[in-house]
Unconditional design. Structure first.
Length: 58
């Protein structure tokens, strides 16, 4: 039973390791992280300015 699992899983693991280069995966993660950070900072700055404008009107 163990031999059968190894024979089915091993080719899949080899394919994944060849198809997905670690550099490409890390680059994708950092690109997503950068955009998430930029959007997050913009949203926080907008909320701060909105709160300041609400506080000054009262």
């Amino acid at each position: 039973m163990n031999q059968l699992k190894l024979k089915t899983v091993l080719p899949f693991l080899i394919f994944i390791s060849v198809a997905l280069s670690s550099c490409q995966a890390i680059a994708g993660i950092f690109k997503a992280g950068v955009w998430f950070g930029v959007i997050g900072v913009v949203v926080i700055v907008v909320i701060i300015f909105w709160l300041i404008s609400k506080a000054r009107k009262k």
